[in-house]
Ligand binder design. Structure first.
Ligand SMILES: [Zn+2]
Length: 182
């Protein structure tokens, strides 16, 4: 951060504001504090006939590997709406959200994943600008060594272990940086 978006000053310093416990970017000219917080990534574990919908990524990071459809939540959007929107954008599938399935934290890269369990409304789906290929996978067909992100592996494993009748939310985290860089 070079310039203050409030006053235009370049006197931005990283410091712990009075009464705070974390370092923040603070404008020495106008006093504005710039809080930076984790980003929410929302997506769906969408099923049809007990098969799970996966997308082969057309973009980096992890291009060519399989992932549950997911993306950054937009301002003004409910989490479940964002998850259905991202699923439509990446796979063209129309889904009905059932429940929150998994909450997965990546503290080293400041990201929180929310994966919702969802039902596909019909068997229509296909490739998009974001997905080279979209496919339904039964449990024994999942390409476990070609999954893009730990968050997807976690959500899939919990789904196949506990089924879609599990009443709670599966909570997990990954303490490393992952195989990718941001
Ligand atoms: Zn300022």
């Amino acid at each position: 951060m070079n310039y203050c978006s409030n006053c235009g000053s370049n006197k931005i310093h990283l410091k712990v504001p009075e009464g705070d416990t974390y370092k923040r970017y603070v404008c020495e000219n106008c006093g504005r504090i710039f809080y930076q917080n984790p980003r929410l990534i929302v997506g769906c574990l969408a099923t049809f006939d007990n098969k799970v919908l996966l997308c082969k990524r057309a973009i980096e990071p992890q291009k060519g590997l399989w992932n549950l459809p997911a993306g950054f939540l937009e301002n003004g959007e409910k989490a479940e709406e964002g998850a259905a929107r991202e699923t439509k954008e990446e796979s063209r599938a129309e889904v009905k959200i059932i429940k929150l399935h998994a909450l997965y934290s990546l503290p080293k890269v400041n990201q929180i994943y929310l994966h919702f369990l969802a039902r596909m409304q019909n068997e229509q789906f296909g490739p998009t600008k974001e997905s080279l290929e979209v496919r339904l996978f039964a449990e024994d067909e999942i390409p476990w060594n070609k999954i893009a992100f730990q968050s997807t592996t976690f959500a899939l494993k919990k789904f196949f272990e506990f089924g879609d009748g599990y009443p709670g939310v599966h909570i997990g985290s990954y303490e490393g940086m992952g195989k990718w860089k941001f």
